[in-house]
Design a protein around this ligand. Sequence first.
Ligand SMILES: Cc1cc2nc3c(=O)[nH]c(=O)nc-3n(C[C@H](O)[C@H](O)[C@H](O)COP(=O)(O)OP(=O)(O)OC[C@H]3O[C@@H](n4cnc5c(N)ncnc54)[C@H](O)[C@@H]3O)c2cc1C
Ligand SMILES: *[C@@H]1O[C@H](CO)[C@@H](O)[C@H](O)[C@H]1NC(C)=O
Ligand SMILES: *[C@@H]1O[C@H](CO)[C@@H](O)[C@H](O)[C@H]1NC(C)=O
Length: 451
Amino acid sequence: MWSLVALFNIWKMVSGSIVFLLSRCCPPDVVVFPHCVEEVSALTKVCHQHRLPIIPFGTGTGLEGGVSAVEGGVCFSLRNMDQILDLHQEDFDVTVEPGVTRKALNAYLRDTGLWFPVDPGADASLCGMAATSASGTNAVRYGTMRENVVNLEVVLSDGTIIHTAGKGRRPRKTSAGYNLTNLFVGSEGTLGIITKTTLRLYGIPEAMVSAVCSFPSVQDAVDSTVQILQAGVPIARIEFLDDVMIDACNRFSCLSYPVTPTLFLEFHGSEQSLKEQVNTTEDITQSNRGSDFQWAQDAETRNRLWKARHDAWYAALALRPGCKAYATDVCVPLSQLPQIIVETKEDLIENRLTGPIAGHVGDGNFHCLMVVDPTDPEELHQVHLFTERLARRALAMGGTCTGEHGVGLGKRALLCEELGSMAIQVMQGLKDTLDPHNMMNPGKILQPREL
Ligand SMILES: Cc1cc2nc3c(=O)[nH]c(=O)nc-3n(C[C@H](O)[C@H](O)[C@H](O)COP(=O)(O)OP(=O)(O)OC[C@H]3O[C@@H](n4cnc5c(N)ncnc54)[C@H](O)[C@@H]3O)c2cc1C
Ligand SMILES: *[C@@H]1O[C@H](CO)[C@@H](O)[C@H](O)[C@H]1NC(C)=O
Ligand SMILES: *[C@@H]1O[C@H](CO)[C@@H](O)[C@H](O)[C@H]1NC(C)=O
């Protein structure tokens, strides 16, 4: 089960230097495979009694090393809890156990006309996606996990079982106290084990169409993105790939798009609304010197296109065999996006670094997939300096350097800068209340005593 973590060979910045995560990636002492919430609770009580670290494990696809057991302890693999419960078609919600993945849920829903759109690329567990507050290519239209989780069942570090919005509740609105659901979304296994999540569902759109549009410059592509959103087009996906990224995807996925800054777009809606969306979008891209759209209409061509986008990580790795990848993850207010991408691109070229850019630009979020030779200390140093510059640029623009992938082991120092030390102290207070012995995923984020 550790092979996935090993596969990604994630690089992390820890206390000022980039270290190879795998060198700190310790396996747990024990792996348990509970079948129901009562078993999770009973096992947690044992851990509590003996003060053993608890590491929840969904499908292990997280990119932040969140499941590595840096202090040993007990890994809770939740894959045997794989029931889909309480589908309410008429209310557009469903409750799932932590072994259910996003694809399994959508396969189950196929005949109902409903779907769950949040799509981080990997076929991750939905509770793991809640735990990491996953987003991905659809977030611009449907929101991230944060907007789509209605209720959670959570086992706390002492074995207590809670329902964050009340047992059996699946409200659209509530004003009953603090929003505990929101607190646990994105908590990355540091506050409790999510054993059920209730999710919002959506009607499968009547029509979907994808398109690819090439641009002469980064500025033109990103300006188009900003204008499309400002025009209120309810675009379902809008993904930016720079020339290096599209070249890598062409090679890796046997495509033949022009090697220039590119947007991958997708529109969802009724036939009529689709026409309007496409018309407005084309007007905007043409006024920014964009090419004619290359269409992907049927499901198969569309799937090929989005598979290529989701394989960008592997395509980047294939650019330099033997190298490792490290993804930066900044998010800025939309109006700042053209400037930061243009500057970042210049920075990469100037310092001769391999860092194809791919981004969920509709959310102001983009990644440089830094491909690095792990045996070259000078290159590592350069990449480290680059990621620092990028993070500072984003923070100065009112953005974040923790983007969509949660707070990696190494982002602690920057986290402090992003949030300010008072906010971190409040978080520490919450952590101390919910997990007083610091047993829940102790390798992750908030060990702010060291901050
Ligand atoms: C190719 C690729 C592309 C990706 N692209 C995106 C993207 O565009 N956007 C994006 O947001 N993400 C992306 N991801 C990451 C994706 O979001 C995560 O893989 C997913 O959200 C984690 O789910 P998981 O079940 O695999 O969790 P794991 O990897 O098993 O765990 C992740 C973290 O959550 C905790 N956790 C897991 N399950 C539970 C639970 N039941 N209760 C409490 N804590 C739990 C773990 O302890 C760990 O800290 C990508 C991943 C891959 C491989
Ligand atoms: C509480 O948080 C959840 C998860 O982020 C969200 O879906 C829900 O809308 C929030 N509820 C309220 C009343 O804001
Ligand atoms: C969009 O519609 C307008 C009005 O019908 C038309 O003039 C324009 O050419 C259309 N744009 C595109 C790109 O088709």
